[in-house]
Design a protein around this ligand. Structure first.
Ligand code: CA2
Length: 134
């Protein structure tokens, strides 16, 4: 299960210099072609509680969660707690290298509960995260 947080629905539509020019729908279709053996699903929400609900919903049955909590990465104790509460391993991903950006992006409430963290490889970060579950 790929879970994307706030504003990632704008991928490919705004700020292409930071986040690229591919929409997540187009990229998700590429991932499905690349990993035909995986049953990939994708969920996006701009709402913190909906992200927590989805982590809880899939977090006891699915093989893996690839989570880009976007700006909530740097603020949400609730999402961090949800990641720690479930059994399914969570790989935290980011499109940009958050450590090269503003100081507030250097903090993650997700990392301490994650199986691993992949950041800075553009959309390929998701690809690498899925590979980590193969
Ligand atoms: O690099 C990442 O993947 C981030 O999680 C993206 C978040 C940002 O707050 C994190 O620090 C790093 C922002 C996602 C916003 O996505 C947009 C996409 C297109 C246009 C505008 C925003």
């Amino acid at each position: 299960m790929i879970i994307n947080g706030p504003n990632l629905n704008l991928l490919g539509k705004r700020e292409p210099e930071v986040y690229g020019s591919t929409t997540f729908d187009d990229y998700f279709a590429q991932l499905q072609q690349k990993f035909p053996q995986a049953q990939l699903e994708y969920f996006q929400s701009n709402i913190e509680g909906e992200l927590i609900d989805k982590i809880q919903e899939v977090g006891f049955d699915y093989e893996g969660i690839v989570l880009n909590a976007a700006s909530y990465t740097h603020t949400s104790v609730g999402i961090g707690d949800a990641v720690k509460a479930v059994n399914t391993p969570v790989v935290e991903v980011h499109i940009s290298n958050t450590h090269k950006r503003e100081d507030f992006r250097h903090v993650s409430y997700i990392s301490s509960g994650a199986k691993g963290v992949i950041l800075g490889f553009g959309l390929q970060s998701y690809d690498l995260a899925i590979q980590s579950f193969m």
